[in-house]
Design a binder for this molecule. Sequence first.
Ligand SMILES: Nc1nc2c(ncn2[C@@H]2O[C@H](COP(=O)(O)OP(=O)(O)OP(=O)(O)O)[C@@H](O)[C@H]2O)c(=O)[nH]1
Ligand SMILES: [Mg+2]
Length: 393
Amino acid sequence: MLSIALAGKPNAGKSTFYKAATMADVDVGNYPFTTIDANRGVSHVRTECPCLDREERCGDDNCRDGKRYVPVELIDVAGLVPGAHEGRGLGNQFLDELSTADVILNVVDASGGTDAEGEPVEVGEHDPVEDVHFVEEEMDLWLASIVERNWESIERQSRSPDFKLDESLADMLAGVGASELDVARTLRDLEYPEDPIAWTDEHREALATEIRQRTKPLVVVANKADIAPDGNIEALQEAADVVVPATADGELALRNAAQAGVIDYDPGDPDFDIVGDVSDQQREGLNRIRGVMEEYGGTGVQGALDTAVYDLLDHLTAYPVQNETHWTDGQENVLPDAFLLRQGATPKDLAYAVHSDIGDGYIHAVDARENRRISDETELEEGSVIKIVSDAN
Ligand SMILES: Nc1nc2c(ncn2[C@@H]2O[C@H](COP(=O)(O)OP(=O)(O)OP(=O)(O)O)[C@@H](O)[C@H]2O)c(=O)[nH]1
Ligand SMILES: [Mg+2]
């Protein structure tokens, strides 16, 4: 499963985001370091279900009237403060928790109502732009310290006649989610001495930064948009490449209200309808959230997850089926599974995503939308419905 981590300074709203996105019961509080141990749970990205091209909707939990929710892992870690890589705040051990993540949501308090350490201050007092880059810097320095720690071993290995720098680095960096390809591409873009003994701290830091950028792309979540002073969101949008304005608190309220049957709302909808009895106070609260949604096209929680997976990681959703006519599995469930794959993935990649035995036994694939056999090199698209013929079937 793809893994998305929430990072950022304390008190920015990471756990609120996590709670809203997973509906798990976790602690939220208006003080730094509410979260100590990481929370891991299942959330979803939202896309259009292929059933929209058929007469009937799927009618299961993952598809609400054609809105398809595809599972991803979400990780909520302790707040990060400047100097965390050296052990400040809750230290660097939780930076390790980020190592398994494919993409990071950097949750920023766009209201400027918390200082650099996450202590409450007047709204607007702190400049949230300062909180954008330190997260990247801490991650870079943390990675650099891992490289540094392991360098002696690389130097030792370099004495062997069949030493290859890229292979040794790939071994070392596998633990932070870097593939051989990531290492190869990074080395291609860097200037560095052939002999590891001649590497300086600057070389190692440059390597760490490049690897981090490649393996941990970042979305800035401009949270607390509901109380952010004018201009703060725009300033954040200028400071970072990918910024999603959000109200995690608002999303949590909507999901709770939807669960209670008070409103009609599916995560990621741009608006909601009030369908149950509400007090004047509740109506006022809901309308305040509506105001933020009108401005930004939704609460931003679902939007941030979708942006991370579909835009930054450039993934697509593919649907394996056993029956190419009815788009069902062996139990007649319509479109039972959805897999997130990199753009450029082929039917065989989908087969392996389903199960390694199906991948090993892959014979050919059928495009169920067109009901015809497709070549092994066909690149899947968003919404591809594929029957895999495998001798492991
Ligand atoms: N106004 C507003 N407040 C929010 C929003 N999201 C979270 N908060 C509040 O911000 C405070 C901190 O929220 P948490 O979710 O505990 O923050 P955190 O980032 O997990 O904090 P640590 O675990 O301490 O690192 C709480 O008082 C939340 O209610 C939002 O969208 N708008
Ligand atoms: Mg927390």
